[in-house]
Design a binder for this molecule. Structure first.
Ligand SMILES: *Cc1c(COP(=O)(O)O)cnc(C)c1O
Length: 490
């Protein structure tokens, strides 16, 4: 299958490209994105066939329906990384937490957040394409805390790939920072910058667009790519777990095959929610996708009013920092799917020029047939963390907690909900400790211990070890010096 472009095609690019090409250079004509030409139809027969399959068997069959230009042996090798998750037989456990509410846990990989679901296999795929083409790639990543560790973990010691990872010094949790600065491999460079996440993200965008930087890399025989969430190489792995979670509910007698469910997704850049949308279009039985966000509630406003409005809008720091995003990149792929490339180009250009676009009423109706949304502030989130723990003995992280609000305000209680848990409690422990015991401003190590005691949960070894591991990466610089620092590393 080939990939086409959300804003149509300029004259400089091919009308359609292969999967490999779409993931090596993810930015399409007019600043758009690549999307599959059409989606494979799976239907009930496919679902029934996989009722007894393992996660990997389901994943392999689903991926093969996309007919991408990656050899089956490479896909198998990529999927084998799910064997390193907590329970190899089922990397994504789905837990019933109360009547009609199930939580699909996406955080059982090496870095304890859902980014591993896609980045783990993506690392194998990208490195294998680079080797096959006999090319070397620099992968740039900018992180507010979860993408960085997951990208470093997946590309560590992989052939033909080097990674430069930018993070805001002081802008991540201790655990997230340690996950990055203790990564010791020749092909990895971690750079802290004096600034906030937006500075790191802007620096990355500038480098990706800079012809001067690209020619400096070319002299070293290196090409440039990015591991951000618009890359379809990540999205494709994010369709699988939605199908898997549905099948888990059928297996647990939570639903009968064919029954519709809500998929409730804590969202920032909309990659996870887009995976849910594609799974639905491919034939999964979905009532609606519920989008959960925090105080940065642009997505809720879009879905409620049809207006994407960033005028006078500033990112605020919240207790769910992985969702502190205003320009939610993957919404563009939904626009394309619903309204076509001409309209998508027009809307996205409005957003870029005026920080604003508005859907017409037919378009809004169409969007609302698929999505509903609500946002949850930090105080409400802590209340849900406390309530769910003391009443239902289930520990939520602050991102997952945002789902509880929209579960209450957007769902018909007769219909079952699968809410997605995107991070383990260990990654955001100070907020959770505060919610459970009232302790304020604890350092991660203190908060981890107190939650562990209160909730009678072991701190997983990969988190515990971080605090005594050698610091391998200690570069902290001004944002003006990023380019120089990266070239020095290469
Ligand atoms: C990345 C992330 C999200 C947001 O996911 P998107 O696909 O960008 O919408 C939510 N929660 C956590 C913990 C994350 O790391």
């Amino acid at each position: 299958m080939n990939f086409i472009q959300t804003r149509g095609c300029d004259k400089n690019r091919a009308k359609s490209v292969t999967f490999s090409e779409a993931i090596l250079s993810p930015i399409a004509s007019f600043g758009g994105l690549y999307v599959p030409e059409n989606l494979p139809k799976l239907g009930e027969e496919f679902l029934s066939k996989h009722l007894d399959s393992s996660y990997k068997e389901l994943a392999f069959d689903m991926l093969s329906r996309f007919e991408i230009d990656i050899e089956p042996s490479v896909i198998k090798e990529a999927l084998n990384l799910y064997d390193e998750f907590d329970t190899p037989s089922n990397p994504v456990p789905v837990v019933k937490v109360k009547e009609n509410l199930f939580v699909s846990e996406l955080y059982h990989g090496p870095t304890r957040a859902f980014k591993d679901m896609a980045l783990q296999p993506f690392g194998v795929v990208l490195s294998s394409i680079a080797q096959k083409r006999n090319e070397n790639y620099l992968i740039l990543a900018a992180t507010s805390g979860d993408t960085g560790p997951a990208a470093l973990e997946t590309f560590k010691n992989r052939a033909n790939v080097q990674v430069a990872c930018l993070y805001p010094d002081g802008g991540t949790s201790d655990v997230q920072r340690l996950q990055m600065v203790t990564e010791d491999a020749k092909n990895l460079k971690v750079i802290g910058i004096n600034g906030v996440f937006d500075d790191a993200q802007n620096a990355l965008k500038k480098l990706l667009a800079s012809s001067q930087f690209k020619s400096a890399l070319k002299e070293k025989n290196i090409l440039l790519s990015a591991a951000n969430s618009v890359n379809f190489g990540r999205i494709i792995f994010q369709i699988i777990y939605h199908i898997h979670s549905y099948l888990e509910l059928v297996r647990q007698d939570g639903i009968r095959m064919g029954e519709k469910v809500y998929l409730n997704v804590p969202s920032g850049n909309f990659g996870n929610a887009l995976g849910a949308y594609y799974a639905w279009k491919m034939g999964l039985f979905v009532e609606k996708i519920i989008i959960s966000s925090n105080e940065n509630n642009v997505l809720t406003k879009l879905i409620k009013t049809g207006k994407y409005d960033l005028r006078d809008c500033k990112v605020v720091s919240t207790t769910s920092p992985a969702m502190d995003i205003l320009r939610s990149s993957n919404v563009e792929r939904i626009l394309y799917d619903m309204f076509g490339f001409e309209r998508t180009k027009e809307l996205m250009q409005n957003l870029e020029a005026d920080d604003f676009y508005e859907l017409n009423s037919d378009e809004l109706t169409k969007l609302r047939e698929c999505f509903d949304a609500d946002f949850c502030n930090g105080e409400e989130g802590k209340k849900y963390i406390k309530e769910m723990f003391y009443n239902y003995n289930y520990l939520l992280d602050p991102h997952t907690a945002t789902c509880l609000k929209s579960y209450e305000t957007c769902s018909n209680p007769e219909i079952k909900t699968i809410a997605y848990s995107t991070a383990e409690w260990t990654k955001f422990s100070p907020v959770i400790a505060n919610a459970l015991t009232g302790e304020v401003d604890a350092e991660d190590i203190v908060a981890l211990e107190s939650i562990s005691k209160e909730a009678k949960l072991e701190i997983p070894s990969m988190i515990k070890e971080l605090f005594s591991k050698k610091i391998a990466q200690s570069t902290i610089i001004e944002k003006e010096d990023i380019e120089k620092e990266i070239l020095k590393f290469l």
